[in-house]
Design a protein around this ligand. Structure first.
Ligand SMILES: Nc1nc2c(c(=O)[nH]1)N[C@@H](CN(C=O)c1ccc(C(=O)N[C@@H](CCC(=O)O)C(=O)O)cc1)CN2
Length: 297
């Protein structure tokens, strides 16, 4: 965008609401065939952000008719006690899929926890088997869950009539939930994008960004993507979530990875909040419904 114009909005709130409407109908059809989808959540500790996300997941489930099971554990839960809860959910037939809210307190072993989730019940798509299947491309068509945020980013763009085909995509951030997982998806023949994975150690990040038709900013570094590094007309997705304290008000707020002035250069931009976050939640529900449908005889 140029001449004082502002980018169009990739509206995650409205798109997530449309996805939930579709899921509601699919849940009704599943129940008519005797399959009741149920999402479990495991929350350790009392981090306000994590509590808010988990409460949101249960509200979302109620909205579309998915049953939900909640396991809230104290901050000082032992690894053995947590392992036992995972074992219980793995063996609970009413729980068709579940997630462990991340991050976990430091004394717990996140890799072990993700490995203990039954891959068939891994609603986040973060079990090593499921991430491996994504890399090996055996999960195409989808047979087990794919990570929710990458799926959310892809659908948010497509549902605004924008094709990924032939696009040069620059991803910023190498985390497991977004950065590392989105490349293997977007390079599938179905999307045919070309993906460059950059990160906070990349030399001359801005030079990479200037080549991008689409930027997926998921580094968790407030304002790392600035207008001067964005090609006019690029599509920009802000996935970053950092909590910062406003020096003027003293209040805490969410800061994304994309600086405000990028809206004057990009053609489309996802707001934050209201962009990728609601899509992450909607795609979690979609993972649960997809996996319940795979259980149909
Ligand atoms: N097990 C997982 N843990 C975490 C994941 C995940 O996908 N699986 N992602 C994030 C947290 N997250 C979901 O769990 C999440 C983050 C943000 C939002 C969201 O809707 N955000 C709102 C703004 C919220 C606010 O103002 O605080 C928005 O973007 O509009 C949903 C889900 C880390 N952990």
């Amino acid at each position: 965008m140029v001449d004082g114009a502002s980018a169009q909005i990739l509206d995650g709130t409205a798109t997530a609401a449309a996805i939930k409407d579709e899921l509601r109908e699919r849940v009704v059809a599943l129940k008519a065939k005797g399959v009741v989808p149920g999402l479990g959540t495991v929350l350790v500790g009392s981090d306000p952000g994590s509590q808010w996300y988990v409460a949101g997941k249960h509200r979302d489930c109620a909205e579309v008719g998915i049953e939900s099971i909640r396991r809230d554990l104290p901050e000082d839960v032992t690894q053995a006690e947590l392992d036992a809860v995972l074992d219980e959910l793995n063996n609970d037939p009413s729980c068709t899929g579940y997630i462990v809210q991340l991050p976990l307190p430091k004394h717990l072993d996140t890799d072990r926890v993700l490995e203990l989730i039954d891959p068939a019940k891994d609603a986040d798509g973060l079990h090593p088997t499921n991430l491996g299947r994504l890399l090996l491309n055996v999960n195409d068509p989808i047979e087990t869950s794919l990570p929710c945020t990458p799926r959310g980013v892809i659908e948010l763009v497509e549902r605004h009539g924008i094709s990924w085909k032939g696009k040069n995509v620059v991803v910023v951030g190498r985390g497991i939930t977004v950065g590392r997982a989105i490349g293997p998806l977007l390079t599938r023949r179905e999307y045919n994008a070309t993906v460059t994975l950059t990160h906070t150690g990349t030399v001359d990040l801005d030079a990479h960004l200037r080549q991008a038709d689409v930027i997926v900013a998921a580094a968790g570094v407030p304002g790392i993507v600035t207008a001067s590094a964005v090609k006019p007309g690029a599509v920009v997705l802000d996935v970053g979530v950092s909590r910062v304290t406003d020096p003027e008000t003293g209040k805490s707020r969410i800061a994304g990875d994309v600086a405000d002035d990028v809206a004057s250069v990009a053609s489309w931009i996802s707001p934050n909040p209201g962009g990728v976050g609601p899509m992450t939640r909607a795609l979690l529900l979609k993972n649960v419904v997809d996996s319940a449908e795979r259980q149909l005889p």
